[in-house]
Design a protein around this ligand. Structure first.
Ligand code: RI2
Length: 312
């Protein structure tokens, strides 16, 4: 990013929101960074007289783009921080916070991947669900740490087939990776002696629960029934301060045609795209600040997020 013209290449908030809604920009961490960058661009381009109203409108537009991943709301709120500065100081302050948000998110990915790699034993068999850029980074780091001596099974994750993205990236990194149907997950957990499940996160709430791509809960249930540790890799931007106030994520329900493109007479279709995995099915969250048990999540959120005055 150019230091002289920060975020000059970033999409505008309108473009970023459109890309996020259409899932051309997807992955919880990425949409949070995209929101921060779009606000950085607005702050850099808007005149002092209108910068506050432009940022406020852009923040609301971005938050509404997708409902479940809290990193989007955090990307907006950490960057705007209630727009508490005076007009002439607002633009530079927002640009600085947008830069910090993006930098912190990228640094967290590297730190968490290294931590998870240390937890994975040599020769391990691992299973992942959906495409989490962070889970893939963890698996590649474990592969590198053990000179290629790990195996990965990846669920295909209908209806968007995001498991294909994970397997393509893992294969390109030289990882021994096998794609499986979602419904094969329990069979593979059992028959292949899976040592750890590693998934990403869309939102972690104060009660220690995980909101992640649909099917995560079934995998976690399977892992618990077989005594397999279930790890969730999540940077601190994935934790929901709003849940401290009793506001929990809305589970996004998308177009039924994503499940069935040609309607069948008399058949209704549902397409919820996330689910909630309760805390007792999660062994540990892996954050850039260290491992975290679900019972400690509330204190972690209280500690990590400040007063949140004026947040959307
Ligand atoms: P990273 C994705 O949601 C998946 O649910 C994935 O587990 C989660 O974001 C986290 O991904 P979607 O945007 O932030 O594909 O680790 O619906 O990349």
């Amino acid at each position: 990013m150019s230091e002289k013209r920060p975020f000059a290449e970033a999409p505008t908030p309108e473009e970023a929101a459109r890309e996020i809604r259409a899932m051309r920009t997807r992955g919880a961490a990425k949409i949070g960074r995209a929101a921060a960058a779009a606000l950085g661009r607005t702050a850099a381009e808007a005149d002092t007289a209108v910068v506050r109203s432009r940022l406020e409108a852009a923040g609301r537009l971005l938050v509404a783009a997708r409902p479940t991943a809290v990193s989007l709301q955090n990307g907006v709120n950490v960057t705007l921080d209630g727009l508490h500065e005076a007009d002439d100081a607002l633009g530079p302050a927002v640009i600085a916070r947008a830069m910090r948000y993006v930098r912190d998110s990228e640094a967290a990915r590297v730190a968490i991947a290294a931590r998870v790699a240390k937890e994975v034993p040599k020769g391990a068999t691992l299973l992942t669900h959906c495409h989490s850029s962070l889970a893939v980074a963890c698996l590649v780091a474990a592969h590198e740490r053990h000179d290629g001596d790990i195996r990965v099974f990846a669920d295909e994750t209908r209806p968007w087939w995001q498991g294909h993205i994970s397997t393509r990236l893992l294969a390109a990194a030289g990882v021994d990776v096998t794609l499986i149907a979602d419904s094969a997950a329990h069979f593979i957990l059992d028959s292949e002696g899976v040592d750890r499940v590693i998934v990403g996160a869309d939102t972690v709430t104060a009660d220690g629960a995980l909101y992640n791509k649909i099917g995560t809960r079934s995998v976690a249930l399977g892992a618990m029934s077989l005594d397999i540790p279930f790890l969730c890799a999540a940077e601190s931007h994935k934790f929901s301060p709003y849940s401290l106030d009793g506001v929990f994520p809305e589970v996004e329900e998308r177009d039924p045609r994503e499940v069935l493109d040609e309607p069948i007479d008399g058949v209704k279709v549902r397409n919820p795209v996330f689910d909630r995995t309760p805390p007792d099915l999660i062994t540990r969250y892996m954050t850039e600040k260290g491992p975290l048990e679900p019972v400690r999540v509330k204190a972690f959120i209280q500690d990590h997020f400040g007063t949140r005055e004026g947040w959307i």
